[in-house]
Design a protein around this ligand. Sequence first.
Ligand SMILES: C[S@@+](CC[C@H](N)C(=O)[O-])C[C@H]1O[C@@H](n2cnc3c(N)ncnc32)[C@H](O)[C@@H]1O
Length: 239
Amino acid sequence: MVHETEGPLWPIELSELQLSQFARYYAMLVDWNERINLTGIVDRDEVYIKHFYDSLAVSNLPLWQEMVRRGARAIDIGSGAGFPGIPLAIAYPNMSFVLCDALQKRIHFLQAVCSDLGLNNVACIHGRSEDMGRDSALRGAFDVALARAVARANVLMEYMAPFLKSGGVGICYKGPSFVHEEFDDAKRAAPTLHCRLLEPLTYELPHGLGSRALAPFIQMQPVPKAYPRRAGIPTKQPL
Ligand SMILES: C[S@@+](CC[C@H](N)C(=O)[O-])C[C@H]1O[C@@H](n2cnc3c(N)ncnc32)[C@H](O)[C@@H]1O
């Protein structure tokens, strides 16, 4: 049976190969979820919309389309079960992705998914973003930094900004309360990290499954050496 979510609901056009990669990813997610905690959502249509569709929602941002044209290098911080990194790596095979997470078992899952789906444009790294953001091989090495459901925006920006090149783009995936509850905090953190916040984009998930927001920022120049602060400090003392 062809589910509606395989057809008209995708934010971008996908090939048969890409649709089969999403189907396999769903099967692995549900299977591994019985042994390790990956997601609270297992219903097929809900996973397709709340995880897959939502991960691909950046496709509507002109900034993202420019990154796709350039074959940009992206990092997904706190990727967990692979959102948004895996759906984007499936949809945009000309871009390359680093997925990072503080939990080793989630990195094992992500490596198994990449191997099974034949995603050779993805590397999965175990670690905390505050430590990785000080690694000279990763600092200032990315055109795009992404993060979904990891921390409040002012904390996230401290995680994300150190990975970006000057002119690079950070995109925080947020809930509908972002504009009222987090935007002012993000605005306060931005100058310290040399970021410029752009207008957030709010959007609706299909089938009335909720509203979401994307909060983009531009990295105007390299982040000062003092950031990111030691692991745990950004959450305890947010900028
Ligand atoms: C709520 S889950 C969200 C996962 C995924 N991004 C999503 O949208 O479903 C948050 C993930 O971020 C990871 N995480 C939290 N803080 C982190 C940090 N400082 N560095 C790396 N990973 C972190 C956690 O281990 C967890 O897997």
